[in-house]
Design a protein around this ligand. Structure first.
Ligand code: ADP
Ligand code: TRP
Length: 314
């Protein structure tokens, strides 16, 4: 039997999730991770480039693990760990930083975008792609599932691998990105892309009341009989064949259609919400501890080889 490919991805603690995040990122990941040998890393040192609040960072780390487990990732089938537990990540990042040039790093879109948005241009943010390269390359990763915005960072990881291999001999595998497209862009309640920065979301782990409040605020176009945004969101939860008769019978009756949507979202979310509340912080810490032990075994062996090759190991 062919060996399973190794998959690696990193997640920044990013606050409350919405159903766009679920269908665009969590679900596509949950659908593929167990067909690979999977590593799921909480990128807490990446988060530190912008988050300087220890209480929120600590909560964010716990939350991101709970979110993925609630969304269906089995901690027995993936190595779930946090970046700061494995010191080899920052160590290797330094070595990569000594191999690449400042102009090369200046081409990173993510850095430029963040600075344009007014984020502080700290050196960590600038070097961010080399820490991400270290994350990926330490594990001989084949596949990196990420959103489109991270594509260039995986290219940077390939460049770092190639540069190191050229200078010191074959050491790192060049990884491939796998862009998680899910089912395309989920619209928000105003019809624009659902995004936490637009305040137009339906919360993923929200209570029925919160879901209902969001759905009742979905913008409806009074000219048509079928409310387009309500339908587009409804389609995430039911097939066209199921929806047709419902929307035919309730032509123009937006309230009934929205109530039906609330019920369908609730039916879908309730078990996940329940699963999430049943995971204790203690359990998360155990998952991360267990994951760190497994990740460290891989990372430390790779780093021993790297230290030899660059000449710091005597
Ligand atoms: P937000 O726009 O709410 O800040 P993020 O940028 O944190 O969301 O996105 C996290 C992940 O969720 C990304 O991989 C992105 O592709 C996915 N995602 C976010 N919003 C949507 C959406 N409306 N439809 C589909 N996927 C989305
Ligand atoms: N930079 C990624 C993001 O913001 C998170 C991340 C860190 C990552 N290290 C990674 C993703 C390694 C994939 C592989 O979403």
């Amino acid at each position: 039997m062919e060996a399973k490919k190794r998959l690696f991805t990193g997640l920044q603690p990013s606050g409350q999730l919405h159903i766009g995040n679920y269908f665009g990122a969590l679900k596509p990941f949950a659908d593929i991770y167990d067909k690979h040998e999977s590593f799921l890393m909480v990128a807490d040192y990446h988060a530190l480039t912008s988050l300087k609040d220890p209480v929120r960072l600590r909560e964010g780390i716990i939350d991101v693990v709970k979110n993925y487990v609630a969304a269906g990732v089995d901690p027995q089938k993936a190595v779930i760990f946090k970046q700061s537990d494995i010191q080899e990540h920052t160590e290797l990042a330094w070595i990569f930083e000594c191999l690449v040039t400042v102009p090369f790093l200046m081409q990173a879109h993510a850095y430029k975008d963040k600075v344009v948005k007014g984020l502080e241009a700290n050196a960590g943010l600038f070097n961010y792609p080399m820490l991400m390269a270290a994350d990926i390359l330490l594990y001989d990763t084949d596949v990196v599932p990420v959103g489109e915005d991270q594509r260039q960072h995986v290219e940077y990881a390939r460049e770092a691998a190639a540069k190191f291999n050229l200078g010191f001999g074959q050491t790192f595998k060049e990884p491939q990105e796998k862009i998680l497209t899910g089912i395309g862009t989920v619209p928000g309640i105003d019809g624009k892309k659902m995004s936490k920065s637009y305040g137009n979301t339906i919360p993923l782990f929200g209570s029925k009341d919160e879901i209902s409040k969001a759905v009742m605020n979905i913008v409806t176009d009074s000219s048509g009989e079928r409310p387009a945004i309500v339908y587009a969101i409804h389609k995430l939860f039911r097939t066209d064949v199921e929806l047709e008769p419902l929307y035919d019978t309730n032509k123009g009756n937006y309230k009934a259609l929205k109530e039906a949507l609330v019920e369908d979202i609730e039916k879908f979310i309730a078990p996940m919400r329940e699963r999430r509340t049943n995971i204790s912080d203690e359990e998360v810490k155990n998952i991360l501890q267990d994951g760190a032990d497994k990740a460290r075994a891989v990372a430390s062996s790779k780093m021993r080889e790297v230290r030899q090759k660059v000449g710091v190991a005597l």
